[in-house]
Design a protein around this ligand. Structure first.
Ligand code: CUA
Length: 394
């Protein structure tokens, strides 16, 4: 192949790649099947970010086309020809031309300064939203799931503790106070706001607001160990009325199984085997009844006690959620009621049983280092009874 042909082929290939990228860029606009897209904002904060992205993208696009176009044109215009003689047919050198150098220094500087104004004002606006938010939810990253705490009566102690799914009223701006109980995680609900790291020993706050009721998917976006990729979460936005129904159910004590049933035996097993990590409101970490309704050990954060009640999801109202284990697996076999105040349907007893039988098979764990759900080597009889109990916890 001659050099000329090689050059033509290279130029053709670059053109194809560019065209492909452009087409891909046009195709990512729809949310269908891509729940983690940032290009389809569903709330005020993500909308503000989108309003910044558009002009920045247009300016960057113009600069890209201009620069790439010039590069291609210069490559063509000043290509080496067959009869070129070294040192004779060189293009005119303009090194030291201060006019040109000033122009290409000041031009981009002005452009970046203009973009910075948009950037900084958006950051300030998002910060104002966060400070002026009407309600607050504490978010705690844990290996490998998210906990959400609500302090409705503002007495400094949470009265709702839930996991996997953060429930908010649609249309209300919520301050999300993000912390971590172990390593660095990152909280990200792309339809509602940007990413924010959950860092041990620090608290970072952002605002989120969903325009309409619905489910907004999220994913931990900071590598946090084995099951980082299995650390998802959701925001479920409900209408004001549905949200009130949800709150009223969450502050109720756990459902009591009927005496003499398998579920009642399951509860005894749960007290013995599960309550050193998982919490049911009304019981302390030893599985004993306590008068402290929600949180027997408010100081557990900071890994003072690496494995103690509260370091695994609070299961008091497990079945009011839609998924379990880092929002990975469906709690119900049907999804008809997804997004409702209270999901209904047939509990996914088979999947919950598998989880109890061998959690490591469904999600990688490091239970020997107190990370994730251990395999408790439960018997089939125990698994059946435990599932009968936890599927009651609506
Ligand atoms: Cu948590 Cu990645």
């Amino acid at each position: 192949m001659t050099k000329r042909r090689q050059r033509i082929r290279a130029a053709g290939l670059s053109g194809l790649v560019l065209a492909g990228l452009t087409l891909a860029g046009c195709g990512v606009d729809a949310r269908e099947g891509r729940p983690l897209t940032t290009l389809d904002p569903q709330g005020s904060q993500s909308g503000q970010i989108q309003n910044l992205v558009k002009p920045v993208f247009i300016v960057a696009g113009i600069v890209f086309v201009l620069v790439e176009g010039l590069i291609v044109w210069f490559m063509w215009r000043y290509r080496r020809r067959k009869d070129d003689v070294d040192g004779v047919d060189e293009p005119v050198q303009i090194h030291g031309n201060s006019k040109a150098e000033w122009a290409w220094t000041i031009g981009p500087a002005i452009l970046l300064a203009v973009l910075a104004v948009g950037n900084v004002t958006t950051i300030w606006a998002l910060e104002r939203d966060q400070r002026n938010a009407k309600m607050e939810v504490e978010v705690i990253g844990q290996q490998w799931w998210w906990e959400f705490r609500y302090d409705n009566n503002a007495d400094g102690r949470p009265d709702i503790i839930t996991a996997q799914q953060m429930v908010i009223p649609a249309g209300t701006t919520v301050r999300v106070r993000i912390r971590s109980n172990d390593v660095i995680h990152s909280f990200w609900i792309p339809a509602l706001n940007g990413k924010k790291d959950a860092v041990p020993g620090r608290e970072h706050a952002i605002a989120i607001q969903a325009d309409k009721p619905g489910i907004y998917e999220g994913q931990c976006t900071e590598y946090c160990g084995l099951s980082h990729g299995y650390m998802r979460m959701q925001v479920k936005a409900l209408s004001e009325a549905d949200y009130a129904v949800w709150v009223a159910n969450q502050v109720k004590p756990a459902v009591e199984p009927i005496q003499g049933t398998e579920a009642a035996e399951g509860r005894v097993l749960f007290q013995q085997r599960c309550m050193s990590c998982h919490q049911i409101n009304g019981y302390n970490g030893k599985g004993e009844l306590t008068t402290d309704a929600v949180q027997p050990d408010p100081d557990y954060l900071g890994a003072k006690h690496p494995l103690t009640a509260g370091n695994a999801p609070n299961l008091t109202h497990l079945m009011s959620r839609e998924r379990f284990a880092g929002n990975m697996f469906d709690l119900y076999t049907n999804e008809d009621t997804a997004g409702a105040a209270t999901p209904t349907g047939t509990p996914n007893a088979g999947l919950l049983g598998n989880w109890l039988r061998n959690p490591d098979l469904m999600k990688p764990m490091a239970a020997d280092q107190n990370r994730g759900m251990p395999n408790l080597k439960l018997t089939e009889d125990e698994i059946r009874k435990l599932v009968a109990y936890i599927t009651l916890l609506k």
